[in-house]
Design a protein. Structure first.
Lengths: 437, 362, 437, 362
């Protein structure tokens, strides 16, 4: 007998896709049974009440959670999101229901040993419900009470060698694509750079000193499997600057049909035989490819490394050897001024430990933003307000046409006084000698 | 339920304190075949939906079996994942950037037993626990957010609409018949915790009522200046208000005509769903694009949001039938023109779809 | 011996392009000689002084004209631009130097008889210097004195049957492309519509009642030879809604090389033989053309009437028969908020006398703009400020995807109270029953 | 010079007054072949640069000879045009939307004598009076504005730079060797009286100094509130100012760092030229485009503006050499990428070319 009737949620147990309702119910049952004799530190029936309050939301069509005020662990300004139920008498198990953000490992690889340790801790001191993972990348521990926060933190740091992730006006938990670990397209070691910067900026991650949140994301190539370009204040996107490596025999194998285009990604339908002209050469956005008899040619100077041809013929075409990354800046969600995509700041930089060049640029950006950014102003908004030039100035980078989609179409150039011969002050009386009123 | 201390002493919080150690290091968790071949991969190939192999220059291979995850998962569920990973994969596992689970094995003969094991496991309610799929030119997991399970500003639920939608799109999770990737995302409010603003199809929770004012408590509950500053359209002004009892309190007044219901200022009434389409993130062929609003409003219809899932299905089918190979949904819409997009998807074009976001100047 | 030395200007007498300096000198000489014994009503040496003040500007690198205050003819609020020289002692001939804007005839066709009448009047009462024509389209009489303004107006209206053009916050002189008069692409009679609206709105043209200037321009087809789309508050652009007429024999004549592509517009270089696939079919922006054996086919439903194929093969392809125009609105120069291009308001409307449908839309637009527009706010700026929806509302037109480049990417929809079930007022106490504080 | 009255009596301005009669009606001025064939034209063809024929379904033909016009023209010059038109064209003439003159004849044999007559006439200084050209895939007349000849806000002259530029581009006025139309325009200040904001190449006069304040007279000379309202960046605020003599007057203060030198507020110091490129107006193949700033500043160099004309020449040559048939300058730049555009035109990319126009909110 469930604690609460959940007729609406129950309908979400059917259908093929894994049902979160079934899963919460399974956890509720497991806690009720408690085969391992866990001394639950938060109410045993937390999962029942979670289903109960959710069912109520389904009935009312609105949330029953309230803003959480300031809860957290000592000395940190982030990592915990406070949350209280607005019907605590009906659902005491979730009266307090704070989440903790746990900094996930790079590439989201786990040993089962470690995963089980997390499970044990969270079953013991929390709801046993998680998100694997949150949108930023963290492991999300979903729902515990205030007294458990420090306890969990203590156990994590002492026994699991594991820290919290970010929330609040600080550096958010950086995250990366799988990259070189399992992907032939990766132009730098996303995990290494992500880890290095995460460690270097632990202070920024835990202690809010910024005007607002700040995100790093690391994509090994322009396919952008961690969507860095859409949702990171700095997107690190792998690229190269020499030539795409071509294996002409493999090109012929694709043309001949021995190799399947795009690694077989379209196998669910018969698209007809592969046509290199139509499927690769004509779709190249810069039109820099052609067949010279049996040879595929690329004018690499014109290639913008969009990845299309490589994606279609991974066994024939490979990323170049002189690799590094581009740094793009300023992406953010729509609020307040509308969404922004990251914009090119550094077209090419090498990604080699100890990454000093990269850190230098990051720190210059932060200095500017911390100096000039208003409260709750994302980097992208500051760039819009003070202008991209200002960012170039503070980062001491040279302007480059690759930084813009196109040159400005309004001629409203803000000249600085020192750029204009004679400066700005003029003598009105001198002027009046030649120009009467 | 007795309180058990971890060793932490609230009176001496700094004692033995360990901080700023960061995450566990990635290479502790690499399966051996990954550790050995990192940076040496030559190419990959799909074997069947949800299964692909990477081949290294050392001759090694890694077979990945991708499994759909309701990213909201219990420790029981995670423990079952661990059990499977121990049995088939030498005790390693990973999650993808879209909340799928990837089981990796180092030889081909290990693939089918793993797949069979995964597909064989079902929840009591009948749903798959570990459906294999989500690769290539098909539909993968829906990126989503908290919804009514945890957040205080959602205009819709997250896990529920996602479950309902994935049920409807399940065949395409298990297939690769589409012209290209098709990414569906959900965010439960305008904060858009995710890449909903750049998705092929986005489900967005949206409020349509200006905030409700609780003058009696407003001054106590939130910081009035912050609420004012947070409003993107400057719809909120400070105001003195007289309560029914006669008491005068500091509060705010909202210019309803200026409100675009962003929810930034205050807990609001949840209302329904906006469908967006045509965004993308990758740089392949065309630059990343923002999603566009294609349906201004659909009501919340728990538990299965039929209008929402039906609309999405219509868009997916129109795209599947009409787009060219490699063409993302937004590229298709731009090629045929948005006029045709609405025709082919059988959606109505309303005045709400025309941009009227006023410059922040006003 | 010229009155003023003009060494810099003199350098502009060389070179092949017609020299305005030589021309002004020729006029100065003609006035000095005065072979026709004209009783000049403004200083005989006005052209000498014009050269003199211009030379001074060349020396100083800046203008020597001052803002003109309000000068004009009785009862009109436009048509004259006041101008004074800031060195009147040095150049008394141009101390006053106002321009008059004379409403040009449609298509800018003239009889020499009429042109000579204009010349006689302007030589007699003005500088004898004109602009043929101003950027808006007027005949510009360049430079006369205040007392001459009424005299010129009187003679024009009484003897030449000719009115002034616009300036100030009113309807500006409408202008048109040559259209059906000599162009096979014209989809409506630009001159007829331009003339009709000019006459209908004489009051709006002469008496400022608007928040700012307002411009009409009439292009017979999407080639936009009068640039209406870039510089008219309402751009009237010809179009059709049936099929492009195809003469398949002529298509073959182009393919065979008997007919020159684009009417021979590229004859200055050898571009090689005409390739219909490359030059027409592949360049069609909607990709709606193909060869079906020897037949050229067009999927007219997909054609956006960009004109390219017709421009290339005017003898084979002709505009459709069901013709009319599109009305686009809101173009303007960059100040204040940046330049705007016209945006589609009416995808198709018939252009038939007495043009009542068109006038109805114009007047609804004006009503709204006069009601809501701020001082010096162009229509395009009002549209930006209040939203395109507002314009749809006041013009009572149905939304149509052709009105937008793409649907909005921000979801910041301003719902109206009446569109939302239950409206906006809610009872906080009722709410609190289900949601505790 | 005695005052001669037209009949107008200033004491009785309304007496016999005729108003609101509008322009002369277009069809009074159609040459007979136009009047007869209006709306019946079938096609056109170029015979040589500047000369083209239109053929009507009636079998009639009209041959047009296009002639470059310095649109600033004297009555003497217009009378010469009339004389030619009387001699060759039955007394009719027209002007184009780009200030060229078009002489029309109704049979082919009349063309060459007309062309010869036109090309034979020169000003005393040596320039052509009536150069034939400006058609098809070449360069036609430069649309321009007043400059130092009449306006009070110009940052450069108009007629001078136009003459200098057309001299440099004259061969292309007389030829049709380019990939497509190439339209050059000039506006002498940011008001941009013309379609400079959508031209293949635009020459734009630009101030680079904030306004100079003449406090003593400001209140008298212009309306202070209007000046304040006119400023797009809100750089002007009202201020009380003490003159050297001690008198206090109403005036304004300018926040120089916010000024983008638009000249809206006040007569300003002329400074130089901005070169823009890549705009277009026609809807052919691609939608109309705005011009982009490609050179942020060139000094005023009267009388021949050599840096300006040299820059333009470089752009034209790079375009002529590299673009594809039918490709407008902006389409070319977009296809090859702006990075290459700067390379091929040998122009420097500076930070000024990056958009930094602040939202009017700030
Ligand atoms: C595993 C994962 C990375 C990770 O660190 O977890 C991944 C892995 C691969 N991606 Fe991805 N992508 C992953 C998320 C993404 C995302 C992010 C997202 O969707 O939020 C994108 C951007 C999507 C977008 O543009 O909206 C993404 C855009 C691509 C593309 C570009 C596709 C396109 O047509 O635009 C490729 C190239 C391709 O598919 O040929 C690609 C290719 C690949 C390859 C083939 C790379 C390789 O050689 O290993 C991998 C297998 C692809 C597959 O899923 O069929 N991956 N990939 C992510 C799997 C998510 C999932 O569970 O389904
Ligand atoms: C948990 C998470 C959603 C999820 O279910 O995965 C989340 C949850 C919240 N986000 Fe978020 N955001 C989460 C990733 C994002 C992302 C995606 C990303 O990081 O890649 C974005 C868009 C990218 C970006 O940063 O622009 C995002 C954009 C926002 C915003 C809008 C920020 C902006 O500049 O416009 C807010 C509003 C705010 O900061 O007040 C916000 C605010 C919130 C708050 C704190 C709501 C609030 O005002 O209190 C949510 C708490 C929910 C809860 O009860 O737990 N969240 N948020 C994600 C963090 C998990 C993690 O650490 O892994
Ligand atoms: C004479 C002419 C330029 C020319 O040499 O051809 C002209 C001349 C002036 N224009 Fe203009 N504009 C002229 C066509 C234009 C055009 C082109 C058009 O109409 O197609 C535009 C751009 C299109 C548009 O309207 O947006 C144009 C946009 C402006 C603006 C900016 C308006 C805006 O909304 O941004 C101003 C500023 C103003 O109105 O205060 C302006 C203001 C002026 C003033 C009145 C300057 C002033 O503030 O006093 C100039 C008087 C010059 C003089 O001394 O004679 N002029 N002006 C053109 C009118 C001749 C005619 O009637 O045929
Ligand atoms: C005479 C004139 C109309 C008038 O009422 O005065 C005119 C006349 C013709 N135009 Fe035009 N256009 C005229 C200004 C324009 C303008 C306006 C402008 O430049 O300010 C444009 C828009 C330019 C732009 O996009 O920036 C214009 C864009 C076109 C086009 C599109 C060309 C393109 O490649 O984008 C065509 C089609 C073609 O050339 O094949 C065209 C075609 C034509 C045709 C062939 C139409 C016809 O069948 O008669 C005429 C002869 C073309 C020629 O010049 O070679 N006309 N034409 C104008 C001559 C101006 C001049 O003196 O040079
Ligand atoms: S972003 Fe590139 S490197 Fe990273 S996983 Fe995707 S395809 Fe591989
Ligand atoms: S990576 Fe893209 S731009 Fe480069 S050659 Fe391949 S398809 Fe063309
Ligand atoms: S999208 Fe909105 S409602 Fe959903 S988790 Fe983020 S902040 Fe909360
Ligand atoms: S919901 Fe958003 S727009 Fe509306 S008043 Fe609140 S902050 Fe302002
Ligand atoms: S706009 Fe069209 S109709 Fe008018 S002249 Fe140009 S080509 Fe002819
Ligand atoms: S007019 Fe343009 S869109 Fe239409 S068929 Fe011709 S080239 Fe294609
Ligand atoms: S562009 Fe500027 S300076 Fe030139 S005529 Fe127009 S208002 Fe005067
Ligand atoms: S020149 Fe323009 S920007 Fe500068 S103060 Fe004057 S009005 Fe403002």
């Amino acid at each position: 007998m469930p604690k609460h009737e959940t007729p609406m949620l129950d309908q979400l147990e059917t259908g093929p896709w894994p049902s979160f309702v079934s899963d919460i119910k399974q956890e509720a049952a497991s806690r009720a049974k408690n085969e391992r004799n866990v001394e639950f530190q938060i109410p045993e029936d937390v999962c029942d009440d979670l289903l109960g309050v959710l069912e109520l939301s389904y009935k009312h069509g609105r949330t029953h959670w309230k803003h959480g005020g300031i809860v957290g662990v000592f000395g940190y300004g982030g990592g915990v999101i406070g949350r209280y139920c607005d019907q605590p008498e009906m659902f005491p198990g979730v009266a307090h229901f704070h989440t903790m953000r746990v900094n996930q490992p790079g590439g989201k690889f786990y040993s089962t040993e470690y995963l089980r340790q997390l499970c044990d801790l969270w079953e013991f001191r929390g709801s046993g419900i998680t998100n694997m993972h949150g949108s930023t990348g963290d492991i999300i521990f979903l729902g515990t009470t205030t007294p458990q926060l420090e306890e969990i933190f203590y156990e994590m740091t002492h026994n699991l060698n594991q820290d919290l992730g970010g929330s609040g006006s600080n550096l958010r938990t950086p995250s990366d694509c799988i990259g070189q670990a399992r992907c032939e397209y990766a132009c730098y070691d996303t995990q290494a750079l992500c880890y290095d910067l995460t460690q270097t900026y632990q202070d920024e991650l835990h202690r809010p000193a910024f005007p607002y949140k700040f995100k790093f994301k690391f994509d090994g190539c322009p396919n952008c499997c961690v969507a860095s370009i859409a949702r990171a204040d700095i997107s690190f996107i792998g690229t190269w600057r020499d030539d795409i490596r071509i294996d002409q025999e493999a090109v012929q194998a694709y043309i001949g049909g021995e190799l399947k285009p795009n690694a077989g990604a379209h196998m669910g339908r018969d698209w007809g035989p592969f046509d290199i002209q139509k499927e690769v050469i004509d779709l190249c956005p810069t039109g820099c490819m052609w067949m010279d008899g049996k040879e595929l040619k690329i004018d690499n100077k014109e290639c913008t490394r969009c990845m299309h041809c490589i994606n279609v013929m991974p066994r024939a075409l490979r990323i170049g050897n002189d690799r590094g990354l581009s740094m793009l800046v300023g992406a953010k969600a729509p609020i307040l001024d509308g969404a922004q995509m990251s914009t090119m700041l550094v077209p090419f930089i090498k990604a080699e430990e100890p990454y000093d060049d990269i850190k230098e640029i990051i720190e210059k950006i932060w200095d500017w933003w911390m100096e000039e950014g208003k409260n709750r102003e994302r980097l992208g908004e500051l760039m819009k307000r003070q202008g991209f030039q200002k960012l170039l100035e503070v980062t001491e980078l040279q302007p480059d046409p690759r930084m813009v989609q196109e040159p400005r179409s309004n001629p409203y150039i803000f000249w600085k006084e020192e750029e204009v011969e004679g400066g700005w002050s003029r003598d009105i009386n001198e002027f009046r000698k030649y120009h009467q009123r | 339920m007795a309180f058990i201390s971890s060793g932490y002493n609230p009176k001496e919080p700094m004692k033995d304190r360990i901080t700023d150690i960061g995450p566990r290091k990635y290479d502790e968790f690499y399966p051996p075949v990954i550790a050995k071949n990192k940076g040496k991969w030559l190419y990959h190939e799909y074997l069947q939906p949800g299964v692909y192999v990477h081949v290294s220059e050392t001759g090694d291979e890694v077979y990945t079996v991708r499994v759909g995850g309701a990213r909201l998962m219990s420790v029981s569920h995670i423990r079952e994942i661990c059990e499977i990973a121990d049995k088939h994969c030498g005790g390693y596992i990973r999650f993808t950037t879209r909340n799928n689970i990837e089981f990796m094995v180092d030889s081909k003969d290990k693939v089918q037993p793993l797949v069979d094991d995964l597909m064989g496991r079902k929840f009591s309610g009948g749903s798959y626990k570990f459906p294999v799929g989500g690769t290539g030119a098909g539909i993968t997991n829906i990126i989503h957010t908290q919804g009514w399970i945890h957040c205080h500003t959602p205009a819709t639920d997250a896990s529920g609409p996602v479950k309902a939608t994935m049920d409807v799109l399940f065949d395409d999770f298990r297939d690769m018949r589409l012209p290209a990737h098709l990414r569906v995302s959900l965010a439960c409010c305008l904060n858009m915790c995710g890449a909903v603003h750049c998705s092929d199809i986005a489900i967005l929770g949206y409020h349509r009522k200006p905030p409700m004012l609780d003058h009696e408590y407003l001054d106590k509950m939130c910081e009035i200046p912050l609420a004012i500053a947070a409003c993107p359209t400057a719809a909120i002004k400070p105001a003195k208000v007289e309560l029914p009892g006669g008491e005068k309190v500091n509060s705010v007044a909202v210019n309803n005509a200026r409100c675009m219901f962003c929810g930034n200022c205050y807990t609001m009434w949840g209302d329904g769903i906006v469908i967006m389409a045509g965004g993308k993130v990758s740089n392949r062929i065309s630059a990343p694009k923002f999603s566009k609003v294609v349906v201004a409003f659909l009501p919340n219809e728990p538990p299965r949001w039929p209008k929402t899932t039906e609309t999405i299905k219509k868009i997916v089918e129109a795209y599947a039938n009409d787009a060219r190979k490699y063409e993302r949904l937004g590229e298709w819409a731009e090629r045929i023109g948005w006029e045709r997009f609405f025709e082919k998807c059988e959606l109505e074009f309303t005045h709400h779809l025309i941009d009227d976001f006023r410059d922040p100047a006003f």
